[in-house]
Design a protein around this ligand. Structure first.
Ligand code: PGA
Length: 251
């Protein structure tokens, strides 16, 4: 059966020292070790240091925000999936809308990145989500169905079992405009249905589906109470240990 999970996407924020202070506080506030799986996703240069602060074998895990699709080579400035694994990363966010929008990441490229991440033993957190135009044109389900089919459903059953899906409506990211719990539930149920079609009913039941987009300490409980919302991918509110902890404790 699927696990609840809360992931903090720090994006391009904080200094190394601030990042260490943040993770120390997150570890302190979550020392009880009960509740959902938690993933912190700091920027690349912080990964090893932040990872050292996380207790081994507990519920707190390390994740990266991106990886390159190739295993190694002459790709100046890029970071390979196995490098991430070698510093203790267990997860990697792929297909975030900011990567798709600002860095031109396509479904085809994301397919390659997924393969690279899985080959390195990382668990991908694969993001999908529609723009405001798409929602207003009433094309949300078509759009997300297409993102799943083109980007994700080429994986084998075994590969897909490693994947967490994140539904992140672009219009809700960093805008303070959260999807209502009903809007989130509707799309999450749709995603689960698509997984059942592409794989099988058990795979659909076993897949963790996160909501992301202005989730915070105030609205997390309502969002997580929905039957198909298994946790959150948290941006802004993951930069404050107390807020992030409230979200973690919102199940
Ligand atoms: P937000 O970001 O919580 O700041 O809206 C979510 C995300 O982009 O993962």
């Amino acid at each position: 059966m699927r696990q609840n999970l809360v992931a903090g996407n720090w994006k391009m924020n904080l200094t190394y020292q601030e990042g260490l202070a943040l993770v120390e506080e997150i570890v302190r506030l979550n020392a009880a070790g009960t509740g959902p799986e938690v993933v912190v996703c700091p920027p690349f240069p912080f990964l090893a240091g932040v990872g050292e602060k996380l207790p081994q074998g507990g519920k707190l895990h390390l994740g990266a925000q991106n990886c390159h699709q190739k295993e190694s080579g002459a790709f100046t400035g890029e970071v390979a999936a196995k490098m991430l694994a070698s510093v203790g990363c267990e997860y990697v966010i792929l297909g975030h809308s900011e990567r798709r929008q600002y860095f031109g990441e396509t479904d085809e490229l994301l397919s390659q990145k997924l393969k690279a991440a899985l080959a390195a033993g990382l668990k991908p957190i694969f993001c999908v989500g529609e723009s405001l135009d798409t929602r207003e044109a009433d094309e949300t389900f078509d759009f997300i169905g297409q993102q799943l089919a083109a980007g994700l459903f080429h994986l084998s059953n075994e590969e897909f079992a490693q994947v967490t899906v994140a539904y992140e409506p672009i219009w809700a990211i960093g805008t303070g405009r959260t999807a209502t719990s009903a809007q989130a539930q509707e799309v999450h149920a749709f995603i689960r249905e698509q997984i059942a079609r592409a794989y099988d009913a058990q795979a659909a039941l076993d897949t963790t589906i996160l909501y992301g987009g202005s989730a915070n300490a105030q609205n997390a409980r309502e969002l997580f109470s929905q039957p198909d919302v298994d946790g959150g991918l948290i941006g802004g509110a993951s930069l404050k240990a107390a807020d992030f902890t409230t979200i973690i404790q919102s199940f």
